[in-house]
Design a protein around this ligand. Structure first.
Ligand SMILES: *[C@@H]1O[C@H](CO)[C@@H](O)[C@H](O)[C@H]1NC(C)=O
Ligand SMILES: *[C@@H]1O[C@H](CO)[C@@H](O)[C@H](O)[C@H]1NC(C)=O
Ligand SMILES: *[C@@H]1O[C@H](CO)[C@@H](O)[C@H](O)[C@H]1NC(C)=O
Ligand SMILES: *[C@@H]1O[C@H](CO)[C@@H](O)[C@H](O)[C@H]1NC(C)=O
Ligand SMILES: *[C@@H]1O[C@H](CO)[C@@H](O)[C@H](O)[C@H]1NC(C)=O
Ligand SMILES: *[C@@H]1O[C@H](CO)[C@@H](O)[C@H](O)[C@H]1NC(C)=O
Length: 357
């Protein structure tokens, strides 16, 4: 009797909680906490599947820079996490996109020789897989063409095509590169395709940048050039309907140049958040929220991140931008946290930025 009362009471409590989450107001230009990731994480990627699920893929899961094959899935309606089939390889800085409700995981960085206990030698992998949510399975795809393997690229999707701009092929404690390479994967043919020469390289090397396709134009925003402190505020753009016209640089420069930032699109606006390489904060992390309106090519400053982070990816659904995990301090920078010196600080924090529509 007592048991069934307890069950009934907790069922009512559950209903109440779910109703509260579903209807919890997402006031414009504010932050809202969600159920944290099951474990701290950074240098993963984040994609939304059918506006129902958010997938968090790969990354590093401890402050000794351990690369993971973890695949975690968030159910938007119930505000709960579950674990999916592991990624077929341990990968950080993965490149991923969703086309037709399936995830295309296209390369990334993996542990190279000598990677252990905070000593980093991440190198490029060209391995590609498709994740099929209905069966929770991974299927191998054609690998990235030799010489184009990389992680931390900017991803743009237009129809059946996934475009990758820039990225990096090596990330070590004291050296990292920065690529101009642009390549395209055709999800119909399952093949990598060449772009015309004028479109095959962005104007300057970038990694840890953000961007997307808005309309017919592929944008590459911010990022960095060989090293965390070399943050950039440029906007590169390519008309995908006339690729032979090549890349151009917009006059709309970011207000605060940032690398290791995250972002996504709502309407005709690209929202950017956080980043690392900030000389003006103890943690080295940026708190900026800045929006780029492609119709005016102008940037606007919005409410800073409530929990500033870098090394994560964002996924927009409806008028919300979801940001799972990320680093609370710049990697490699010694910061005393809770009495001990840490050189990275991955977080399980999960929140949304609410956009005015
Ligand atoms: C959101 O989470 C952060 C980090 O745990 C915490 O500091 C903050 O108080 C939370 N905000 C609310 C409104 O609960
Ligand atoms: C890992 O590195 C830390 C910091 O340099 C050191 O204190 C610890 O003993 C190392 N652990 C192993 C297993 O080598
Ligand atoms: C993608 O591949 C299909 C099948 O080979 C082809 O018909 C289509 O034209 C390709 N798409 C692009 C944008 O090149
Ligand atoms: C494509 O771009 C080139 C170079 O800017 C221009 O000459 C050409 O008219 C454009 N083609 C179309 C179809 O817009
Ligand atoms: C954002 O970070 C800057 C330092 O980069 C700091 O001066 C400012 O107070 C922060 N803003 C908020 C709202 O925390
Ligand atoms: C701080 O350290 C204490 C003792 O090691 C530990 O119990 C606690 O969970 C730590 N807190 C955080 C936020 O890491």
């Amino acid at each position: 009797m007592i048991f069934s009362q307890v069950v009934a009471f907790s069922a009512i409590l559950n209903l109440f909680c779910i109703a509260t989450i579903a209807s919890s107001s997402c006031q414009p230009n504010t932050w809202l906490n969600l159920t944290s990731l099951p474990s701290p994480r950074q240098e993963h990627t984040t994609v939304a599947i059918k506006d129902e699920t958010i997938a968090v893929i790969g990354g590093i899961t401890s402050n000794t820079f351990t690369t993971t094959d973890l695949m975690q899935l968030y159910d938007v309606a119930s505000d709960t996490w579950r674990t999916g089939s592991p990624v077929p390889y341990r990968v950080n800085h993965p490149n991923a996109a969703v086309v037709g409700g399936e995830i295309y995981l296209l390369g990334g960085l993996i542990d190279g020789p000598g990677t252990s206990n905070g000593s980093i030698n991440f190198v490029a992998s060209g391995k590609c897989y498709k994740y099929i949510p209905t069966s929770d399975t991974w299927v191998q795809l054609e690998a990235m063409p030799s010489g184009t393997e990389r992680g931390s690229a900017v991803i743009g999707v237009r129809g059946e095509m996934v475009y990758l701009a820039g990225g990096m092929s090596v990330l070590q404690n004291t050296y990292q590169d920065s690529l101009t390479t642009v390549t395209a994967f055709n999800t119909t043919s399952g093949k990598w395709q060449r772009l015309p020469p004028a479109a095959a390289n962005i104007p300057h090397g970038r990694q840890h940048a953000v961007g997307s396709v808005l309309g017919d134009v592929f944008y590459v925003l911010g990022g960095r050039w060989f090293g965390q402190m070399n943050v950039r505020g440029t906007v590169f753009e390519l008309n995908l309907k006339n690729q032979s016209a090549g890349w151009r640089t917009s006059l709309g420069h970011m207000l605060v140049p940032r690398g290791g930032l995250c972002g996504d699109v709502i309407g005709s606006t690209y929202y950017t958040f956080g980043g690392e390489g900030n000389p003006n904060s103890l943690s080295g992390v940026f708190n900026e929220t800045e929006a780029f309106d492609v119709s005016t090519q102008r940037w606007t400053e919005l409410m800073p991140m409530a929990v500033p982070r870098h090394g994560t990816h964002a996924a927009a659904i409806g008028n919300r931008v979801y940001i799972p995990g990320g680093g609370l301090q710049q990697d490699g920078k010694p910061v005393v946290t809770n009495g001990s010196v840490l050189f990275s600080n991955p977080s399980a924090h999960f929140d949304v930025y609410c956009v005015e529509i």
